[in-house]
Ligand binder design. Structure first.
Ligand code: AMP
Length: 307
C-alpha cells in the first residue's frame, strides 16, 4: 500500500465561462483537483472546508476515490465560490468573482493521524494557512507547495516564509517572473531555489513544464498536444496532485531528481486529461489504461535518436 499524501487546499463551487460554454456551481477548488488526481496513485488525506450547501454527491465522490475525509470540515454557511472567464486562447483568464464564505474563518486543523504523513501537498490557499499545516506536521519527508499570483500581490512575506520551508515549489511562468523580477524563466527558477526549495517546477501551460534540481539539474517536459481543450481550470492543481501521488507511490527513501522527472511527466499526463472537460468530469471517467497509454505517448513524443 503506498504512503498517503496529505492534501490541503480549497474546495469550491466554480462558475466557469469559456468563449463557447458557461457552467455554474461546478465542483472545483485546488484541493478537489489535487486530491482526486493524487488518488490515481496513492491514498489521500484531505484537509479543507465546505459549507452545508456543498452537494453530498461530491463528498461521496471523494470517498469513492480512496480520499479520507476525516480532515474535511463541514460547517454551517456557504461553500467558497469562484468564477472565472477564459479569453479566446483559453490561456488568459480573468477572475470574475470570489466569495470566501466559510473560507474566511478556516483554520486547517489536522486530525492526529494525518500529522505523520510523509508526503504533503500544500495546494493553493493563503500561504499563512499552508504554513499552519506545516506547523502541525511531524517531520514530513517531502513537502510540495503550489501558489498563485494573488498571494505574491497581497501576502508576499507570508509566501516567502512558506517557500523557505518546502522541498518543492510549483508555480506558473507568469508567477515566477512576478516573484523574482526576472524575464528569463531559467534565472527565475534558480532564483526561487535560492529562496529555499531544493526543487522548483515552472508550469508553462500548453508549453509544458521546467524542472529545476540541485547542482544545476534541469528537465524540460512538453505538454501533451491536445486538439480540443474545454476548460483549463484546475490543470495546475491536477498536475501537482498527480506529481505528489506518484512520489508517494514510488519513493520509499529519499526523493531524487530522477523521481521528480518521472513525477512531472505523470502530473502532466493527469493535467492533460483534466482540461478535456469542465470541472473534474474527465477525471471521473479516467481509467488506469487511459493514463498508461498517454504516458506511453508522452515518452514516444519526447524521444529522439542521436545521429
Ligand atoms: P487553477 O486553474 O490551477 O488556477 O485552479 C483553479 C481553482 O482554484 C478553481 O477551482 C478555484 O476554485 C480555485 N481558486 C481560485 N481562487 C482561489 C483562491 N484565492 N484560493 C484558493 N483557491 C482558489
Amino acid at each position: 500500500m503506498p504512503a498517503p499524501v496529505l492534501v490541503v487546499g480549497s474546495i469550491a463551487l466554480d462558475t466557469v465561462k469559456t468563449p463557447v460554454e458557461e457552467h455554474a456551481d461546478l465542483l472545483g477548488g485546488s484541493a478537489s483537483y489535487a486530491s482526486v488526481s493524487a488518488s490515481f496513485f496513492a491514498p489521500v488525506n484531505l484537509v479543507g472546508i465546505v459549507g452545508d450547501d456543498f452537494p453530498k454527491p461530491h463528498i461521496e465522490y471523494f470517498g469513492s476515490r480512496n480520499i479520507d475525509l476525516t480532515g474535511l470540515q463541514i460547517v454551517p454557511g456557504k461553500t467558497f465560490r469562484w468564477s472565472g472567464e477564459y479569453m479566446w486562447d483559453l490561456n488568459t483568464r480573468e477572475t470574475r468573482s470570489v466569495e470566501l464564505n466559510v473560507f474566511e474563518h478556516f483554520t486547517p486543523t489536522l486530525p492526529e493521524a494525518y500529522r505523520t504523513a510523509h508526503f504533503v501537498l500544500l495546494a493553493n490557499i493563503a500561504p499563512k494557512l499552508q504554513s499552519h499545516v506545516l506547523d502541525q506536521m511531524q517531520r514530513p519527508r517531502f513537502v510540495i507547495a503550489d501558489t498563485m499570483d494573488l498571494w505574491i500581490n497581497i501576502a508576499l512575506d507570508d509566501l516567502k516564509a512558506l517557500i523557505a520551508r518546502v522541498d518543492m515549489l510549483i508555480l506558473n511562468d507568469g508567477e515566477a517572473r512576478q516573484l523574482t523580477g526576472e524575464t528569463s524563466l531559467i534565472k527565475a527558477g534558480r532564483k526561487i531555489q535560492g529562496m529555499g526549495p531544493r526543487f522548483v517546477a515552472l508550469k508553462k501551460g500548453e508549453h509544458g513544464c521546467l524542472l529545476f534540481g540541485e547542482n544545476a539539474q534541469f528537465f524540460s517536459c512538453g505538454a501533451y498536444p491536445l486538439e480540443d481543450i474545454h476548460d483549463p481550470t484546475g490543470a495546475g492543481d491536477t498536475f501537482a496532485g498527480g506529481l505528489a501521488g506518484y512520489l508517494a507511490s514510488t519513493c520509499a527513501g529519499e526523493v531524487k531528481f530522477d523521481d521528480l522527472c518521472q513525477a512531472v511527466v505523470w502530473g502532466s499526463v493527469l493535467a492533460s486529461f483534466n482540461v478535456e472537460a469542465f470541472s473534474l468530469e474527465r477525471l471521473r471517467s479516467l481509467t488506469q489504461g487511459d493514463i498508461d497509454e498517454r504516458y506511453r505517448m508522452f515518452r514516444l513524443m519526447q524521444q529522439f535518436e542521436a545521429q
